[in-house]
Design a protein around this ligand. Sequence first.
Ligand code: FES
Length: 319
Amino acid sequence: MLEPVKLKVASVRMLTESVRQLEFVRGDGGALAGYTPGAHVKFSLPAGERSYSLVDFEPVSTDDGIDRYRFAVQLEAQSTGGSRHMHDLLPGDEVLTVPPGNDFPLVAGKPALLIAGGIGITPIVSMATALKHQGTPFRFHYAGRTSAAMAYRAELEQAFGDQLTLHFDDQPETALNIAGLAASVGAEEHVYVCGPKGMIEAVKSAMEAAGVEPERIHFELFASAAEQAGDRAFEVEIHATGEVFEIPPGKTIIDVLEAGGVDLIHDCLRGDCGICKTDIIDGVPDHRDVVLSDAEKAEGKVMQICVSRAKSARLVLDL
Ligand code: FES
């Protein structure tokens, strides 16, 4: 179990209308733990745990002794408290965190196709920085709604020049051609995608259709896909004890069960790491993750309880 670390806000800066950069130092003035590109830090916020990716335009060290951590956080229109809190922090404010972890690491020495959508740019920046520094070939695609809405646009153009291709939703001629990219993936190339659920699903299925093995497709969701308009309450029965919990809209199965004293294993809480996979004994899941295969989703025998909900009134879970 990693010891929690108190981080103190050192500086804040708005990157776009809704994206705020925050830099943190260690609350006690000491040095921070090192990490690898693609890593995130888990924050304990009043609304619960939230993970944010570390952003680096200079190569980082895996050795301890880093003086500051940098993040970029998008204020979500339907913030459940996490991004709102991060946007309200002021220099000097302190937050409890868990030292960096990495569920989205680069595969050493392999060429890379990097694809970022919106605020999914954060881990991808650090990956591109590391690849450039290592001299490993990479291609870098960054898509956003508009030019003005894309965090770090100017810095990225300066740092990565021709290796970077930008795509704007409001300029159809620049549209990201996912099928075309999939057809161009080299035999050794690994694909890394971070963005919204729809983008990850589109990239995964295009890559699979083009014959790219699943081991070469790496992905991370930038935000939880748990909540959707029209979500309704449902019940979860714990098979081992017969206890029944009601899961209201806005709360996940993990939120409710943990509050009720059930011990669960989880990590990303976004539906992309796979750790919270749970067997279903009865009921119909409403899958919201990006980690299960289409076949697993269609079969309906397992689910990711950090984000997925139910289509039936009750789920009986093998817990
Ligand atoms: S905790 Fe990562 S998929 Fe559920």
